[in-house]
Write a protein that binds this ligand. Structure first.
Ligand SMILES: *Cc1c(COP(=O)(O)O)cnc(C)c1O
Length: 358
């Protein structure tokens, strides 16, 4: 029998979430961010579901190559920019736009061989301090780009927010202010907002929004899940029980014997573990949905298996369905239990998990 572990991708949820983003940012174009294999949902699958987006954002040229090979003709933006002169011919061949965030890239563009002008997204560092030109250098960078034959005239101005998920913190407002000052009077459309800014910072919507997580139905706003914002989960990770055992009071479960049975009790074994991408450090008490009802993990998550407290469902039997996250159990809940965020979990599904679409 095939391993019963699968990730179901809800393509209708992807489309629903895109329409939710459009409702929240009605005057903005939408770049669907599909980096990291569509946040683990499958790049081509996601892009085909989201052909209604105005552009796709990727982090690797190889992803742009895959999108073009899949026949997708939308604009594509390379969000972390190009690294070497050779990449410029790839950008031209694939008709891909690029973020420009560093002076070395200006030099490469200045030395580019003649050819189609490349559309550039000039990135400012307004306080995230990861990628981007310092605000005081932006005008000079813009002037240099503007003068280059290799660069198309419609230069986009962009930044990235560090804490837009914290609606009551001042940093986003400060970043907006730095951006407005540094770019005042410069021509070109603007792009600022990631998912959290789409949800919580209407003043940041500007000409292009760049949601990733929201399209997959995932919130990074602490204590919330996508459903709180009208979004629907785009992935359900599920498996089945493959064994049910009665274990005696005082016996201990799994590796390192970390969980002791407080009474004689039924324990279920589900066919999923960290070899599938489920986080090993999810502690006892992390919920799953067994037959649609919450039950708790007990003991250590191992490579292929996990153990589940069946006291609330003593009639559970091998074959019964177990949902690890998705519809009915937000991935954000599991992220919080495992000391991470939903994004990391959906990006971490491994190759042995079967992907299906509904
Ligand atoms: C990943 C990324 C996004 C999308 O972020 P989400 O939080 O998933 O919406 C937007 N812009 C840039 C530059 C990114 O790298």
């Amino acid at each position: 029998m095939a391993r019963p572990t699968s990730a179901t991708i809800h393509t209708d949820a992807l489309r629903h979430n895109l329409s939710q983003v459009r409702q929240r940012a009605p005057n903005s174009r939408v770049m669907a961010v599909v980096k990291a294999d569509g946040y683990g949902h499958g790049l081509e699958r996601v892009a085909r579901a989201l052909t209604g987006a105005d552009a796709f954002g990727v982090a690797a040229l190889s992803d742009a190559e895959r999108l073009r090979a899949a026949g997708l003709s939308q604009p594509i933006v390379l969000l972390s920019g190009f690294d070497e002169p050779d990449d410029l011919s790839q950008l031209r061949r694939l008709n891909v736009e690029t973020v420009v965030h560093h002076v070395t890239q200006l030099e490469m563009l200045e030395q580019a061989p003649p050819g189609e002008p490349i559309r550039c997204w000039l990135k400012l560092d307004t306080g995230m301090h990861r990628l981007g030109f310092a605000p005081e250098y932006v005008r000079e960078a813009h002037t240099r780009l503007w003068a280059m034959p290799a660069v198309a005239d419609d230069i986009v101005l962009m930044n990235h927010f560090a804490s837009s998920d914290e609606f009551d913190k001042p940093q986003t407002r400060e970043q907006l202010h730095v951006f407005a000052e540094a770019t005042a009077g410069l021509p070109g459309v603007r792009s600022l907002a990631n998912s959290a800014a789409v949800l919580g910072w209407p003043a940041a919507h500007a000409d292009w929004v760049r949601p990733g997580g929201a399209l997959y139905g995932i919130s990074v706003v602490d204590g919330t899940s996508g459903t709180d914002f009208g979004l629907r989960p785009a992935m359900t990770l599920s498996t089945r029980l493959i064994a049910v055992n009665r274990i005696r009071k005082g016996e201990r479960i799994g590796y390192s014997a970390t969980w002791e049975c407080p009474e004689d009790m039924p324990v279920g074994v589900a066919a999923i573990g960290y070899g599938d991408g489920y986080p090993r450090h999810a502690p006892a008490g992390t919920p799953v949905l067994l037959n649609g009802q919450r039950a708790n993990i007990i003991g250590r998550v191992s490579m292929d298996l996990m153990t589940i407290d069946l006291r609330a469902q003593p009639d559970a039997k091998p074959g019964d369905p177990v949902v690890l996250w998705g519809v009915g159990l937000p991935v954000e809940t599991i992220g919080a239990a495992a000391d991470t965020i939903g994004y990391e979990l959906v990006c971490s599904i491994t190759r042995r998990v079967r992907f299906v679409e509904d």
